[in-house]
Design a protein around this ligand. Structure first.
Ligand code: AMP
Length: 299
């Protein structure tokens, strides 16, 4: 199965207690692709400025990531800056310069339109709907969003959620979306709105999967040193969707294993700035960590 991702492409400037990196490639679409491309071909739709250096992401082309859907426009690439605290769950956004991303108008190239799995990264829900209107119904639509859209564009977001098969949220977003404190109740209510599967990420406490009446809980990998948490969510989604594409199966047991692969790739991603660690990562290291996951929960 092949994958379509629509999302941001950025030059990120990040400071953490372990160091900093300036203008390194980032954005949801590139983090997602760096992870998903371990498993399956990825078609990217996004926008960059004339300052974007494609050489920095050449490793992705070698892993069957197609950039033909990236629109290069006159102007500067989207730039985002963030500073993490000692508690890496705390992050201050230092700046968000939308630049060419401000007028992002996703156009899906003809030969991308039959992609099997579609990941709608965290962008304006109106744009997410615009993507879905351009393509025939894919085998699976996976959606990410954030609190900004939950409070600011609720009606549009509800419309996309109604078209979604797998919704990925964090715990705070799940509560916000349902005005509910209890996560299980929140999850059940969300499943009534359209998605067949719901993943709730709980940061260093792992992730849960809700589907019909079943419930699956996965731990997070116990990393002692997190260097840069940026893109953890998108690399999780990349590993998750990539694994499903690789197996070609869309069922609950596959989703459970896909969550372990997503968590594994995300745990490598945060070991270095930008997606540097995903450039050097190989399948053997990945599989060894996947095996560690089962040891963590044996009792
Ligand atoms: P995350 O760590 O999952 O929040 O994702 C971080 C990535 O999101 C960074 O690489 C940023 O470039 C990108 N990003 C930050 N703000 C936005 C935004 N408003 N829209 C789209 N992408 C963004």
């Amino acid at each position: 199965m092949n994958i379509l991702v629509v999302g941001s492409i950025a030059l990120d400037s990040v400071e953490t207690p372990w160091g900093s990196a300036n203008d390194s490639p980032g954005g949801s679409a590139l983090y997602f692709s760096s992870a998903a491309s371990f498993f399956a071909p990825v078609n990217v739709v996004g926008v960059v400025g004339t300052d974007f250096d494609f050489k920095a992401v050449d490793f992705l082309r070698q892993r069957s990531v197609n950039f033909d859907g990236i629109d290069q426009q006159e102007g500067l690439t989207f730039r985002w800056g963030g500073r993490y605290h000692m508690d890496l769950n705390q992050r201050d956004t230092l700046f968000t310069d939308l630049n060419v991303f401000e007028n992002f108008n996703p156009k899906i190239p003809e030969f991308y339109r039959n992609s099997d799995l579609v990941f709608l990264a965290n962008i304006d829900p109106d744009l997410q709907m615009q993507v879905l209107r351009q393509i025939p119904r894919p085998k699976l639509v996976i959606l990410d969003t954030m609190n900004f859209w939950i409070t600011g564009k609720r009606k549009s977001l509800d419309e996309v959620i109604g078209q979604t098969d797998v919704l990925i949220l964090n715990d705070e977003e799940a509560r916000m979306l349902t005005d509910t404190g209890n996560l299980i109740t929140a999850g059940r209510r969300i499943l009534e709105r359209g998605p067949k599967f719901l993943i709730i990420k709980k940061g260093e406490h792992g992730a849960v999967l809700l589907h019909d009446n079943s419930y699956f809980s996965a731990p997070a990998y116990p990393l002692e040193k997190v260097v840069d948490p940026t893109g953890a969510g998108d690399s999780f989604a990349g590993g998750f969707v990539g694994y499903i594409a690789h197996t070609g199966k869309i069922d609950e047991p596959t989703m459970r294993r896909a969550i372990i692969y997503g968590s594994t790739v995300a745990s490598f991603n945060v070991e270095d700035f930008s997606f540097r660690r995903l450039v050097s990562l190989n399948r053997k290291e990945m599989e060894a960590r996947v095996d560690d996951f089962s040891r963590i929960t044996v009792y």
